[in-house]
Design a protein around this ligand. Structure first.
Ligand SMILES: [Zn+2]
Length: 506
C-alpha cells in the first residue's frame, strides 16, 4: 500500500525533544559517513564458479559528466545576497500561516503570495517571453488542519523549453512559502519560517532569476506553494492537476529546510546537502510488487535514479558540495511536498540540510531557560543556501539540456549468460546515442558505463543479469546525459517456459 501523509506527521515540541535526545548520542555524520563515488575495477570472479568465472567481463568506468559551459555560468551567478533579501522580506510578513490574512499587504500569507508573484514576474522579464508566471488558486475544503474552506495560491513560473520535441517535458523545482509556529492552525502568532521554508522558497526564486535568461531544451517550472504545513495541500493540488492533464513531469525537486549548516547536535557542515529518494515507488501496484520480488530492484526506482543523477552531476559543477543520498522517502516518519508527486508516479526527491535543529522548527518565538526558540533568520546560513541552490540548478539545467530518460527499457527474461537490453528510440533531433550503465548489486551508484551508439538494443556479453544491475541513459551531441532508466523484465520467450514474472507497466 502506498503510504500517504497523515495528520500529526509534523511533530509538536515534545516529540521533537524526544528525537533530540535520541540523536544526541550519534557520531557527527561527516566523520561517520563512508560514502564512495569512485568507480572501481571489475573484480575477478572466484574460480569455483566454473565456466562463467573465466568469461572476460566488459570493463569501463562510468563516463565523466561532460562540461556544459552554460551550467557553469548558472552556478556562478547564484547570489547569496538575493537569497538573504528574499528570506528577510518573507520573514517581515510576520506570519505566512496558510490560514492567516489574505488581503493585508503587510502581514500574512496574502502579502507573501503577492510579493512572490511580483518577484517571479520581474525574473520573467529577462526570458524574452519564455517565462510565464501564474497564480494557481483553488479552494481547499475543510481538512484536519484547515478548519474552514480556504483559498490557496501556488505561484508557478514556467520557463518554456526551446526544443519542440522536448518542450512538453517538464522539470519542477519547488519550495513552500507557508510557515507555522507551534500550532499549525494558529494564524496570528509570529511564524518567521526563515528556514522552514523561506530558505527553499528563496532558493527557487533565485534559480528562476538566474535561469530565466538561459534556454533549455525542456521546460522548467519554478514553483512556490502554500499549505505544506496543513498537509502538503498546494503541492497536492499542483500534482493532481498535472496528472489530470497528462503533464510529462520527468523530475520534481522539493527544497524544504535547506537554511542552516549548523545542527542541533552541534555539528556545522556547510558542505553537505541531503537528498532523500524512495526505493520502492509510492505508487507501486500489487502486480508490480510481485514482479519486483521476483527480479529485484528495490533500490532502483526512478526517484533513486534521479538522486544518483543529482549526485553525479551536481558534485561535478559544485565541487565544494557533497550530495548525501539518503535512501528513504523522507526523514524518519516525516513528509514533504515531493510525496504527492511520488504518489502519482512522478520521480521526485527532497533536499534538506544535513543536521536539523528542532528548536528552530515549528516553534513559537521565545526564550526559555536561556534557549532561543523559533525559526529566525539569524540561524540561516545564506552562503550555504546559495550552495544548495547551485546543486539544484546544476542538476535541473543538466536535466533540461539532456534528452529524456529512455522509455520502455526492458530485459528479456530468457536464460542466458549474456544480458540483452532493449528500449524505445528517443525523439530528440540532437540525440547522439545511448550508454549502458551497470554496477554490482550492492553498489550505491552506477560504477561503469559503455557508449553503445544510436541503437535500441544491445547485449552485454558475458554479464549475467543475475549478477549486475543495468540501466540505459541517452546522450545528446553535446554530451548531455539523461538519468539512467532501469529496465523492467520482459516475459520469458523460451518455448514451453513459464514466465517468471509478468512485466509491470512502467
Ligand atoms: Zn517545511
Amino acid at each position: 500500500m502506498p503510504s500517504t501523509w497523515k495528520k500529526g506527521m509534523f511533530r509538536p515540541l515534545s516529540l521533537c525533544l524526544m528525537w533530540l535526545s535520541f540523536f544526541s548520542g550519534i557520531i557527527p555524520i561527516s566523520s561517520a559517513r563512508q560514502e564512495t563515488n569512485k568507480p572501481r575495477p571489475t573484480k575477478s570472479t572466484p574460480a569455483s564458479q566454473g565456466k562463467q568465472a573465466r568469461t572476460r567481463k566488459p570493463s569501463g568506468r562510468n563516463a565523466a559528466v561532460a562540461r556544459n559551459g552554460q551550467i557553469a555560468k548558472i552556478v556562478m551567478e547564484i547570489d547569496p545576497r538575493n537569497i538573504e533579501n528574499t528570506i528577510r522580506k518573507l520573514v517581515s510578513f510576520g506570519t505566512r500561516n496558510t490560514l492567516s490574512e489574505q488581503n493585508n499587504p503587510n502581514r500574512g500569507i496574502g502579502a507573501a503570495r503577492d510579493w512572490l508573484y511580483g518577484e517571479f514576474m520581474k525574473a520573467a522579464q529577462s526570458s524574452g517571453g519564455r517565462m510565464t508566471v501564474e497564480k494557481q488558486t483553488f479552494e481547499q475544503p475543510k481538512t484536519a488542519r484547515v478548519p474552514q474552506p480556504t483559498m490557496l495560491t501556488n505561484i508557478v513560473a514556467t520557463l518554456k523549453g526551446t526544443q519542440p520535441e522536448s518542450s512538453n517535458r517538464v522539470y519542477v523545482v519547488s519550495g513552500h512559502y507557508d510557515s507555522m509556529c507551534t500550532s499549525p492552525t494558529d494564524a496570528k502568532c509570529d511564524a518567521p519560517g526563515a528556514n522552514d521554508d523561506a530558505s527553499g522558497t528563496a532558493a527557487v526564486l533565485e534559480m528562476a532569476r538566474v535561469m530565466a535568461k538561459y534556454s533549455f531544451d525542456a521546460t522548467i517550472i519554478f514553483m512556490t506553494v502554500p499549505g505544506e504545513e496543513q498537509g502538503l495541500l498546494g503541492a497536492t493540488h499542483f500534482a493532481e492537476e498535472a496528472k489530470k492533464s497528462n503533464m510529462d513531469i520527468e523530475a520534481m525537486f522539493t527544497n524544504d529546510i535547506i537554511g542552516s549548516s549548523l545542527g542541533g547536535n552541534g555539528v556545522r557542515d556547510p558542505h553537505t546537502v541531503r537528498v532523500f529518494s524512495e526505493g520502492v515507488p509510492s505508487n507501486e501496484t500489487t502486480q508490480e510488487a510481485t514482479t519486483r520480488r521476483s527480479v529485484g530492484g528495490e533500490n532502483d526506482s526512478a526517484s533513486r535514479q534521479l538522486a544518483r543523477f543529482i549526485k553525479e552531476t551536481s558534485e561535478h559543477y559544485v565541487p565544494s558540495m557533497k550530495v548525501w543520498m539518503i535512501y528513504r522517502r523522507d526523514r524518519y516518519s516525516r513528509g514533504g511536498d515531493h510525496q504527492p508527486f511520488l504518489e502519482r508516479g512522478y520521480a521526485a526527491v527532497r533536499f534538506t540540510e544535513p543536521n536539523e535543529n528542532y528548536h528552530h522548527q515549528h516553534q513559537n518565538v521565545r526564550i526559555e531557560n536561556g534557549i532561543q526558540y523559533g525559526d529566525l533568520p539569524q540561524f540561516d546560513d545564506f552562503n550555504y543556501i546559495a550552495n544548495v541552490a547551485r546543486v539544484n540548478a546544476a542538476a535541473l539545467a543538466a536535466l533540461a539540456s539532456a534528452p529524456a530518460w529512455p522509455k520502455n527499457v526492458v530485459l528479456p527474461t530468457a536464460l542466458s549468460d549474456d544480458t540483452e537490453i532493449r528500449w524505445d528510440a528517443n525523439k530528440e533531433p540532437d540525440l547522439a546515442g545511448y550508454e549502458i550503465v551497470w554496477r554490482d548489486t550492492t553498489e550505491a551508484v552506477w560504477t561503469h558505463s559503455r557508449a553503445v551508439g544510436n541503437v535500441n538494443t544491445y547485449t552485454m556479453k558475458g554479464m549475467s543479469k543475475d549478477n549486475y544491475f543495468f540501466g540505459v541513459r541517452a546522450i545528446d551531441k553535446e554530451g548531455n546525459r539523461s538519468p539512467a532508466s532501469y529496465p523492467r523484465p520482459l516475459a520469458r520467450t523460451r518455448p514451453g517456459a513459464t514466465p517468471a514474472a509478468t512485466p509491470a507497466p512502467e
